[in-house]
Design a binder for this molecule. Structure first.
Ligand SMILES: [Zn+2]
Length: 416
């Protein structure tokens, strides 16, 4: 006799073909995609997705922020749906899989359930969240954030892109303002399948990441004020060097993150020198420290340590220091029952797996505010993502979708 679920597999070829078909819309310049949110390419991708959903027997609902919800009915009319999805929008130089795999993987789950004639108690809703990337309209995960009550809808509509175009106007222009109130839907559970966007699964030779947490983060923006002065004629003892203070703070942040191991990271990715001239000591340096951890106490402890040490470093150099917290997410602990269902699905299917913490933000992190939620991850080559060269194998894509289907069907309650 076959082991339970051994015959329950998705169609890996069909999933791959759909990924390649979607990737033709909004092609990038180096083999990836530029299908940024609320562009004509986004509209075209949405239309194709809707066509596929309807061909699979689903009914599309759209809310006032353009989130798309394709429903496969359940057997119990009163049962809340199991939501499964991610995002179809990409970075300006994005890959073919970030987000797209989660939406089309969810669609493939429904297509395969149709093929296998699997009925469930709870409906299944395949979801495409608007503007996950935040590249064109900050912040990232904007529409799932409104859905989860983290932002106001009107505030989201007022976000502008670099050309000054408003989110609300662009959503209207591409024709995807729906009639549903954002966040009115109630979820039995939420699953999101995503590429890892990191190097761990590939390095550990595991097919499946069982995602237990999303990291929390603080962005601390530093403004250091020194004295602009000639790099050649200013004696060392007379310098008020904001650049040197920044360098010492970077070293200190590295130490704080290392002291918080395991399960913490910290660094600086952006810095601005004024006047940024080769032979002028900077009078002003602005940079952002990015610290993350899945452990709230650890995260806040790192912030406190940095905020205590930085002014002392600056004082010694006569540099003025101000620190502003400009970004924050609480760490998210995913639902233990759903996490266990993903782990068990991987085991039953014979796929190698390991627990993972998501290093990036995802719509699932906001969905977790309003429903039990979790994620499934598959490896990506070299951990590369937000890059047109982002790559995965067809086998990896299929393995994760197999696991997704088993966990989703178990959660939705199979009806014999
Ligand atoms: Zn993504």
């Amino acid at each position: 006799m076959a082991a339970p679920g051994e015959n329950m597999r998705i169609n890996g070829d069909r999933l791959w073909d759909s990924l390649m078909e979607m990737a033709k819309i909004g092609p990038g310049i180096a083999g990836g995609n530029n299908r940024q949110t609320l562009t004509d390419a986004d509209a075209e991708g949405r239309a194709l997705f809707q066509k596929w959903c309807e061909a699979a027997g689903m009914t599309m609902g759209v809310d006032k922020i353009g989130n798309m919800f394709a429903t496969r009915p359940g057997e119990d009319p009163d049962a809340l749906p199991v939501y499964v999805g991610s995002h179809l929008d990409t970075q300006p130089t994005g890959g073919k899989y970030d987000g797209v795999l989660g939406v089309l993987g969810a669609l493939e789950v429904v297509r395969s359930m149709n093929d296998l004639n699997i009925k469930t108690k709870h409906p299944i809703v395949v979801t495409n969240w608007t503007n996950e990337e935040g590249a064109r309209f900050a912040p990232a995960m904007l529409a799932s954030g409104v859905f989860a009550g983290m932002h106001e809808l009107d505030w989201a509509y007022e976000r502008t892109d670099p050309e000054g175009k408003k989110f609300g106007d662009e959503l209207k222009r591409i024709g995807w303002v729906g009639d549903e109130e954002v966040g009115a839907r109630k979820m039995h559970a939420y699953f999101e399948y995503h590429i890892e966007q990191g190097p761990i699964l590939e390095a550990e030779e595991k097919s499946i990441g069982v995602v237990t947490h999303c990291q929390g983060l603080w962005w601390l923006e530093f403004t250091l004020t020194g004295k602009e002065a000639h790099t050649g004629s200013t004696p060392m003892n007379m310098r008020v060097n904001a650049g040197l203070a920044m360098a010492r703070i970077l070293e200190m942040v590295q130490g704080v993150a290392m002291d918080a191991q395991p399960g913490a990271v910290g660094g600086v990715g952006q810095m601005f020198f004024t006047p940024n001239s080769r032979n002028v000591l900077p009078g002003k340096v602005v940079f952002t420290v990015d610290i993350r951890s899945p452990d709230e106490k650890k995260l806040n402890g790192m912030r406190a340590a940095i905020e205590a040490a930085a002014p002392k470093i600056c004082d010694e150099l006569g540099v003025k220091c101000s620190i502003e917290a400009i970004g924050h997410f609480d760490p998210v602990t995913f639902d233990p029952t759903l996490v266990a269902s993903v782990r068990k699905a991987a085991e039953d299917l014979g796929y190698s797996h390991m627990d993972l913490i998501s290093g990036a933000g995802h719509d699932a992190c906001w969905a977790a505010k309003v429903a039990p939620a979790t994620m499934v991850m598959c490896p990506c080559v070299g951990g590369l993502s937000h890059n047109e060269a982002e790559e995965i194998s067809k086998e990896w894509a299929a393995a994760g979708a197999d696991v997704l289907m088993r966990a989703v069907v178990e959660t939705a309650g199979i009806v014999e």
